[in-house]
Design a protein around this ligand. Structure first.
Ligand SMILES: Nc1ncnc2c1ncn2[C@@H]1O[C@H](COP(=O)(O)OP(=O)(O)OP(=O)(O)O)[C@@H](O)[C@H]1O
Length: 203
């Protein structure tokens, strides 16, 4: 995966409405490979909505965006979306396996340990704290080595030290050429941004 292999995501005149409510309109932006873009703004401004449009999870009601294909992208969801029947370790390997990739076990193990999850391999999600579940969700997207990473508040449940480790690992993915888009409120999240899009007031 090199920076040259991931095209930019380009949004043109993007707009999203729910019924009569306009979340935003006329939004133009370019998300560049090898960089971390942070979507910032107050609660309800439309950060998750924009993340879903840039990632292709949802379709805009106006404008265009060349979101990545299904096999190119990975997500850290706000509520983690771990599979309750799978262990922490199997959850961490899940995205890579679903994408039909040969997961490098040694690298996966290193990522799992780096995120402070050593010893928790066999636990089911409900046997993990919120922060541990969040770190499994982050491990999953890192282990899958996808060229596009979309993460909604990926440090929201973490203390400062764990948050720092997560952000450093996302930076590592960007340094390997991945495109990383984060929703973040936190000063740490903002401080790791190469680019920031502040949404609010519908633009
Ligand atoms: N499925 C939906 N139907 C109707 N309205 C929606 C829907 N999803 C989101 N909205 C509205 O769109 C706006 C933007 O929501 P969104 O979740 O993108 O905000 P956000 O900036 O991510 O907020 P937060 O920081 O609180 O997570 C909100 O006013 C929300 O109520």
């Amino acid at each position: 995966m090199s920076a040259a292999s991931s095209p930019s995501i380009i949004a043109e005149n993007l707009g999203m409405r729910y019924g009569t409510t306009t979340v935003f309109e006329g939004l133009n932006l370019k998300v560049l490979p090898g960089r971390i873009l942070v979507l910032a703004g107050p609660s309800g401004a439309g950060k998750t909505t924009l993340l879903n449009l840039l990632s292709g999870l949802d379709s805009a009601t106006a404008g265009r965006v060349n979101a990545p294909g299904r096999t190119q992208r990975g997500f850290v969801f706000q509520d983690y979306n771990l599979l309750e029947s799978l262990s922490a370790w199997d959850n961490a390997l899940l995205s890579g396996r679903l994408l039909g990739k040969r997961v490098n076990k040694a690298a996966a193990r290193a990522t799992f340990a780096e995120l402070g999850l050593d010893g928790l391999e066999r636990r089911l999600p409900h046997e993990l704290s919120g922060g541990q579940q969040q770190r499994v969700a982050v491990a999953r997207v890192l282990i899958a080595r996808v060229p596009f990473i979309f993460a909604d508040e990926p440090t929201g449940a973490l203390d400062a030290r764990s948050a720092d480790i997560v952000l450093r690992n996302l930076r590592g993915a960007a340094d390997r050429g991945a495109t990383v888009v984060l929703v973040s409120h936190s000063p740490e999240g903002l401080s790791c941004a190469d680019d920031i899009v502040e949404i609010g007031g519908g633009r």
